[in-house]
Write a protein that binds this ligand. Structure first.
Ligand code: 5AD
Ligand code: SF4
Length: 430
């Protein structure tokens, strides 16, 4: 979502004639889009802002702006303590970026705007042309979250759930497809509750169905789903919709019912396992990934073992695991029995060590298979290779020229590496 918001900012600036510089030292405007979901991300923002003081000293006309979730959360502090920052704009104010910059240039005054705006629907033509790759594009279908999981800052910095109109989403998808996009990734904090905040909207599975019918679309994905809201209808969609890729990110957070309850997740371990089972029944090859938090306040060794046993039971394709950090004003900040840093670090290592061979085994199972790959970039390491993703979202590198970028191909996989596959193109599909 952050990457997409950044692209949106960049496209607004490009439309107004600005160009991206290669080095920060060359810039007239320096924008930082920020993430506040974990403490570490926020610390990085402060350390970067600290360093920028020196750049500003050298170049007093440089405009420095901070947007996104840390801006939303820390506006007052940034404005008070960091006079070298000219602009602080919140998560609902991105669309006004140019207006802010013009005002700063004209009036030479600082601006801080973090109002929530629930009516806002940015005009469709402002939405960005995907810059990174022309075949894969993101579409934000909703903003905000109403769940208030006790560890999470998102509802406070992104506001309540607001769904965009399906008409707009479909029109935007069509425009992207007309420009050559083959894969669309729908974005939202909790996409499963799409449409539920308005009376005039279709459900999320229905939105998927309508997108699936758009001629020219090859692949559809979405992030992120809340396990409690995965409906039987959505599960069914994985068996029915041709473009819907065999992949889902389903954050479980913990394997212990006691901790899930304290997290306010509103499902139990067995609810979660049942949904996994149902997904695999409809779509046996589905790749399932998850997020986990270790060291949530009050997490005992027995609770933590429950998380480990869940990993063994589910056999996720990959996991993203994090040490719990306090995110005021989230509720868990005031929970007793905080876990010490050392235990959190040990638990994180244990979780990652348990998962590593599972991820490798799952990757290895793809060796020698013919897989559909959408090639969308040059390889990071080898200039004579291009890379793309399978429908199950694995990265594949192939020996091929740049003319293959943008093509949907079949690849015979030769070798599984820990985080990617290597193979050769056997057929070009389009
Ligand atoms: N501490 C640690 N991890 C967190 N996440 C969200 N809030 C916190 C927190 N306070 C993790 C969750 C979420 C992912 C995006 O970040 O696992 O799914
Ligand atoms: Fe945060 Fe929970 Fe909302 Fe996800 S569902 S964004 S974890 S409050």
């Amino acid at each position: 979502m952050n990457v997409h918001d950044t692209e949106y900012m960049a496209s607004l600036l490009e439309k107004a004639g600005y160009v991206q510089t290669r080095f920060p030292q060359e810039a007239d405007i320096y924008l930082i889009n920020t993430c506040a979901v974990r403490q570490k991300a926020e610390e990085k923002v402060y350390s970067l802002l600290g360093r920028l003081k020196f750049l500003k000293r050298k170049r007093p006309n440089l405009i420095i702006g901070v947007g996104g979730c840390v801006a939303q959360k820390e506006a007052e502090r940034i404005m008070a303590k960091m006079p070298h920052v000219d602009l602080v704009f919140g998560t609902h104010q991105i669309y006004r970026l140019l207006e802010f910059i013009e005002k700063i240039r004209e009036k030479k005054e600082r601006i801080c705007c973090i109002d929530f705006n629930y009516e806002l629907e940015p005009p469709c033509d402002l939405f960005p042309i995907p810059r990174e790759s022309s075949v894969r594009a993101y579409i934000t279908i909703m903003q905000g979250c109403n769940n208030f999981c006790t560890y999470c800052i998102v509802p406070y910095v992104r506001g309540r759930e607001v769904s965009r109109k399906s008409e707009q989403i479909l029109a935007e998808a069509q425009r992207l497809i007309d420009r050559g996009v083959k894969e669309i990734i729908l974005l939202g904090q909790n996409v499963n509750s799409y449409g539920q905040d308005r009376t005039d909207e279709i459900s999320f599975p229905e939105l998927l169905r309508r997108l699936d019918k758009l001629p020219g679309l090859k692949r559809l994905r979405f992030i992120t789903s809340h396990p409690k809201d995965i409906s039987p209808e959505l599960i069914q969609a994985f068996g029915e919709l041709e473009t819907l890729c065999e992949q889902i990110h389903l954050p479980v957070q913990s394997g212990s019912d006691r901790i899930l309850k304290r997290m306010g997740r509103k499902y139990t371990r067995s609810d979660y396992l049942r949904k996994i089972e149902a997904l695999r029944k409809v779509c046996p090859n589905i790749a399932i990934t998850t997020d986990l938090i270790v060291g949530f306040p009050g997490e005992t060794d027995a609770d933590f073992r429950q998380t480990l046993s869940l990993l063994e039971e589910v056999q996720f394709d990959a996991i993203f695991a994090f040490k719990y950090s306090d995110r005021p004003p989230a509720k868990a900040v005031s929970f007793p029995d905080k876990i010490d840093e050392k235990t959190k670090a040990e638990r994180l290592t244990e979780v990652l060590n348990l998962q590593k061979p599972i991820t490798e085994k799952k990757n290895k199972a793809k060796e020698g298979k013919i897989l559909e790959v959408l090639l969308d970039t040059h390889s990071k390491r080898n200039p004579d290779q291009v890379a793309g993703r399978t429908r199950c979202n694995r990265i594949v590198n192939v020996q091929a020229g740049l003319e293959f970028i943008g093509k949907l191909v079949e690849v015979k996989t030769k070798e599984a590496l820990p985080h990617s596959l290597r193979g050769e193109v056997v057929k070009v599909l389009g």
